[in-house]
Design a protein around this ligand. Structure first.
Ligand SMILES: *[C@@H]1O[C@H](CO)[C@@H](O)[C@H](O)[C@H]1NC(C)=O
Ligand SMILES: *[C@@H]1O[C@H](CO)[C@@H](O)[C@H](O)[C@H]1NC(C)=O
Ligand SMILES: *[C@@H]1O[C@H](CO)[C@@H](O)[C@H](O)[C@H]1NC(C)=O
Ligand SMILES: *[C@@H]1O[C@H](CO)[C@@H](O)[C@H](O)[C@H]1NC(C)=O
Ligand SMILES: *[C@@H]1O[C@H](CO)[C@@H](O)[C@H](O)[C@H]1NC(C)=O
Ligand SMILES: *[C@@H]1O[C@H](CO)[C@@H](O)[C@H](O)[C@H]1NC(C)=O
Ligand SMILES: *[C@@H]1O[C@H](CO)[C@@H](O)[C@H](O)[C@H]1NC(C)=O
Ligand SMILES: *[C@@H]1O[C@H](CO)[C@@H](O)[C@H](O)[C@H]1NC(C)=O
Ligand SMILES: *[C@@H]1O[C@H](CO)[C@@H](O)[C@H](O)[C@H]1NC(C)=O
Ligand SMILES: *[C@@H]1O[C@H](CO)[C@@H](O)[C@H](O)[C@H]1NC(C)=O
Ligand SMILES: *[C@@H]1O[C@H](CO)[C@@H](O)[C@H](O)[C@H]1NC(C)=O
Length: 493
């Protein structure tokens, strides 16, 4: 017979023998108009989270094909390379436009998780049956499209560093799309949110990314952010992304950029709003003054940060880095953005200081007064045949992602700073703010972010520094964190 004590000891030994312990970030939540990063220690309140991000699609969306067994989250060497570069840049969030729901993303998502980077996923691809066709919404809102969207949700729903999903990008971009598409987009969001409610372990935010068309801005915002019947509504956006290229480095300022209009349009926002793309490239190299003077300056009380377009150099010439045969070279834009992110000081706002918001009831007349031909129709199309059964029973995607332990930090690719010096030790650092001694271990062990029910698996997290003062903290390598978690396992007995 095995005594209880001996069983406990075996458990500890098992914990110590674990070569790598899965770690996980805290999933972002929403409170009123703010993103909240919950505290690991349940006794503390969470704090307001600002996106310091970049848009990330090496190869471009047009480089995507269903038959390829690869996408931007399938090559772990590339993900280590980029997690390192993004971490040095000061980034806490990336947006990815196109992924393949059928292939495994565990290593890459775990690498970004370890590096303290949240991910927002667009559920669409440019291929037919894989997005809403703005010129033909009624036939493209179909069973096959929604089935793929649900497969994307299944593939990502269990990653704790998934910040949310974009239901669409710039679908509404002119008069005719503004007339036809709005109810279809809210219908897609309704189906997504119902799917998540029935098939995921946590609430995952869903929102829309609006085009940089100033005349459509207010109507689009009001259409997506309201409750149809005045009650919490599953077709409403949980957050709002705005693509905005109005402020160009060097030649724009607060007064000339239109940022003060953005500030007043969104000043009473009841859900989080952020730039889902920004970084005009009219003048190069870009100095990104709109980061410190705009998004984290005059707009900081209104927006929740933003994503700079875009990480890698593609045809449109917005890259911060050049990637050639997998080797990466930082550009001058990278160094300039790094300086901006270093310069950003954001107040630490406690969740308890965030107001509850009262979401407005949809008002077609008001929306039409902002843009007269806007299709402010709140009688949404019903789900295509078969979709309600997918929502109820799931799409049975067998490719359901999970955080895995990462065996190494090395990458086979070379990384070179913009001054020509090669990076000799590519290592992703983990901020020790949540060292295990400060954790509420019961909370982390039972947390849905832990990757398995094994009692030796604890979750830890990285913490994004929000103030300049924090930038100097010493980082611990992986080994130290694993050791600390093993000690915590001892303490539990
Ligand atoms: C969508 O997929 C279905 C089933 O494979 C096919 O019948 C239909 O033609 C496709 N539609 C388009 C626009 O590709
Ligand atoms: C919920 O999370 C647990 C533990 O990670 C996992 O085993 C289970 O499959 C998840 N449920 C769904 C619906 O994904
Ligand atoms: C915001 O709310 C204030 C106070 O209720 C109101 O005076 C103002 O007009 C509102 N602004 C917008 C753009 O809705
Ligand atoms: C740093 O940020 C402040 C605003 O917070 C801005 O006025 C200043 O120009 C920025 N400095 C640099 C070097 O960008
Ligand atoms: C932007 O709006 C916020 C919230 O209404 C306000 O506090 C702030 O002063 C505005 N910023 C500027 C630069 O006008
Ligand atoms: C913010 O304040 C809370 C509560 O005082 C503290 O636990 C947390 O570490 C602070 N975060 C930062 C980034 O300073
Ligand atoms: C906000 O709403 C929550 C949940 O309904 C409630 O517990 C809390 O007291 C509210 N806070 C304020 C400041 O009204
Ligand atoms: C609103 O959309 C519904 C469902 O798609 C449709 O039946 C109805 O005709 C539309 N109403 C208007 C005024 O266009
Ligand atoms: C998923 O599996 C369940 C249970 O096996 C089954 O009832 C359902 O029809 C399947 N759904 C699809 C879309 O294959
Ligand atoms: C990459 O790094 C290796 C090892 O430092 C070096 O031998 C090789 O020449 C580098 N490749 C490039 C393209 O710089
Ligand atoms: C090049 O830049 C890197 C990163 O800023 C720095 O560590 C390195 O010392 C620089 N090398 C030279 C030769 O200036």
């Amino acid at each position: 017979m095995v005594s209880i004590k001996k069983a406990a000891l075996q458990c500890v030994l098992a914990a110590l023998a674990l070569p790598h312990v899965a770690k996980a970030m805290m999933p972002i939540e929403i409170h009123g108009s703010r993103f909240i990063k919950p505290s690991y220690n349940k006794a503390n309140t969470g704090e307001v989270f600002f996106i310091k991000g970049v848009d990330y699609q090496p190869g471009g969306s047009s480089g995507y094909s269903d038959s390829s067994k690869s996408d931007v989250l399938s090559d772990s060497d590339a993900c280590v390379r980029d997690a390192y570069a993004l971490q040095q840049l000061g980034v806490n969030t990336i947006r990815i436009y196109t992924i393949n729901p059928a292939i495994n993303h565990d290593k890459c998502m775990s690498i970004f998780d370890a590096a303290g980077i949240y991910v927002i996923i667009d559920v669409n691809s440019p291929l037919s049956n894989e997005s809403l066709n703005r010129d033909d919404p009624s036939s493209s809102y179909n069973y096959w499209y929604m089935e793929r969207v649900f497969k994307v949700i299944d593939a990502f729903k269990n990653y704790p560093n998934l910040l949310g999903f974009f239901s669409g990008n710039e679908v509404i971009n002119d008069e005719s799309s503004a007339k036809e598409d709005p109810p279809y987009l809210r219908a897609v969001q309704r189906d997504m949110k119902q799917y998540i409610a029935n098939n995921a372990n946590r609430t995952i935010p869903v929102g829309y990314s609006a085009a940089d068309v100033v005349s459509l801005r207010t109507a689009t915002w009001e259409y997506f952010s309201c409750n149809i019947d005045g009650k919490e509504d599953d077709s409403k956006s949980d957050f709002f992304g705005l693509n905005s290229y109005e402020w160009c480095s060097g030649t724009s300022d607060w007064a000339s950029s239109g940022y003060s209009d953005i500030n007043s349009t969104f000043t009473n926002a009841t859900i989080p709003v952020f730039f889902s793309e920004y970084g005009c490239n009219k003048n190069t190299p870009r100095t990104f003054d709109e980061v410190s003077e705009g998004v984290f300056g005059g707009l900081v009380n209104t927006l929740s940060g933003g994503l700079i377009y875009e990480y890698s150099e593609e045809a449109a010439d917005y890259g911060l880095v050049d990637i050639t045969d997998g080797d990466l070279k930082m550009e001058k834009d990278y160094t300039n953005l790094q300086k901006q992110y270093e310069n950003v000081t954001i107040a630490n706002i406690s969740e308890s200081d965030v107001d509850n918001s009262t979401v407005l009831t949809c008002n077609s007349k008001k929306i039409k007064s902002a843009y007269s031909s806007f299709g402010a129709n709140f009688t949404l199309p019903s789900a295509p045949g078969g979709v309600s059964s997918l929502i109820k029973y799931g799409v049975n995607n067998t490719n359901i992602g999970k955080i895995v332990s990462i065996s190494g930090k090395e990458t086979k690719y070379n990384i070179t700073w913009s001054n020509g010096t090669e990076v000799s030790d590519v290592s992703i650092s983990i901020n020790p703010t949540y060292s295990i001694s400060t954790l509420d271990t019961t909370a982390s062990l039972s947390s849905s972010t832990a990757s398995s029910s094994s009692s030796s698996t604890a979750s830890s997290t990285t913490k994004t520094s929000k103030s300049k003062g924090e930038a100097g903290v010493a980082f611990l390598p992986y080994g130290s964190i694993s050791a600390a978690i093993a000690v915590a396992a001892l303490a539990l007995i």
